[in-house]
Ligand binder design. Structure first.
Ligand SMILES: [Zn+2]
Length: 322
């Protein structure tokens, strides 16, 4: 089996570092990409998106195509954001939930939060160490490949949201694949990490036009990571963000409270996972790698969270359509 991985990071109040990875089986890649792009068409009579207005089967309006072609980014969702940005974000999250409820097996993700307050400050003493920690946990996230898909998986490509620090880092771009290939994990990684811009529009005008789709996967994992962080750590109380978070709440709640429930009607076991590291404080005594390796049983999900409140606005998402 061949897969690709798309990843994004987030930081919450200096306390948590979050890593989101979307695992895309290659034989389902076109289907998922089509779902995501078709959800950009907001016309109730059509559900078929074309990047170019010229190709639109219902010849709606050029400005719709321009506006619906926006970058989906959790940080940009707000009650003041454009109607297409809010609505498409909402539809993408509804797509996640429908995928789960109907057990379509299209969406695989792992989200890992590193609780920096429980790691000795020395782990995060300077910029490089921060990146070293990220690199180490990034590899643990990628290893979920085996949990989701079993043995003999080939990771064709790993994409990460653009990051100058990581791109220029001494070993981040190549280290994960190198270690997985020599670690006898039975996971083969064919290429080093590639960096992608999360705005797909920049890929229209150059020779990497297939990245238009890939870039949407970065947007999708950004959105999933963003709503999850909002629910778990109340990272925002913007009403548009809360409305979207409420849609995904039943899934996130189950992933946190019963991660191994194979009978859930949300069908997430071995497809989606959220965890936090570590359970107890870890002091800096051994080398970083050794220390983390030794205490790896320390993933947990033991935090308090609640469903976001929806403050009703005069401009609710549902009022809009086009
Ligand atoms: Zn159209």
């Amino acid at each position: 089996m061949e897969i690709e991985i798309y990843s994004d990071e987030t930081f919450i109040n200096e306390k948590y570092m979050g890593i989101g990875c979307l695992f895309v089986p290659i034989h389902k890649k076109q289907e998922i990409a089509k779902y995501l792009s078709n959800l950009r068409c907001l016309n109730p009579k059509s559900h078929y998106w074309t990047w170019n207005f010229r190709d639109c089967p219902i010849k709606c309006r050029e400005e719709y195509h321009k506006n619906n072609n926006c970058e989906i980014h959790h940080a940009k969702i707000s009650k003041k954001a454009s109607h297409p940005r809010r609505t498409i974000s909402k539809k993408w999250i509804e797509f996640l939930i429908q995928n789960n409820k109907n057990n379509k097996e299209l969406i695989y993700f792992n989200i890992l939060y590193i609780d920096k307050s429980k790691l000795d400050d020395k782990f995060f003493g300077d910029k490089t160490i921060d990146d070293n920690v990220y690199n180490r946990f990034y590899r643990s996230s990628i290893k979920y490949t085996k949990f989701f898909f079993g043995n003999r998986v080939i990771i064709k490509n790993i994409f990460h949201d653009n990051s100058d620090n990581k791109e220029k880092h001494e070993y981040f771009p190549w280290h994960t694949s190198h270690r997985l290939n020599i670690d006898k994990t039975k996971i083969k990684v064919e290429n080093n990490i590639q960096f992608l811009d999360s705005d797909h529009k920049i890929y229209f005008s150059n020779d990497k036009s297939s990245y238009v789709f890939e870039s949407q996967f970065i947007q999708f994992i950004d959105l999933i990571l963003g709503v999850t962080s909002q629910i778990l750590f109340s990272s925002s109380n913007d009403s548009a963000k809360s409305e979207i978070a409420c849609i995904v709440y039943p899934l996130i709640e189950r992933l946190m409270k019963k991660p191994e429930n194979i009978n859930s009607s949300y069908n997430y076991f071995k497809k989606q996972n959220i965890s936090i590291f570590p359970k107890d404080e870890i002091n800096y005594s051994k080398t970083l790698d050794e220390k983390i390796q030794r205490e790896f049983g320390q993933f947990h999900r033991n935090i308090k969270f609640k469903k976001p409140d929806i403050i009703s606005d005069s401009e609710s998402l549902d009022k809009w359509f086009s």
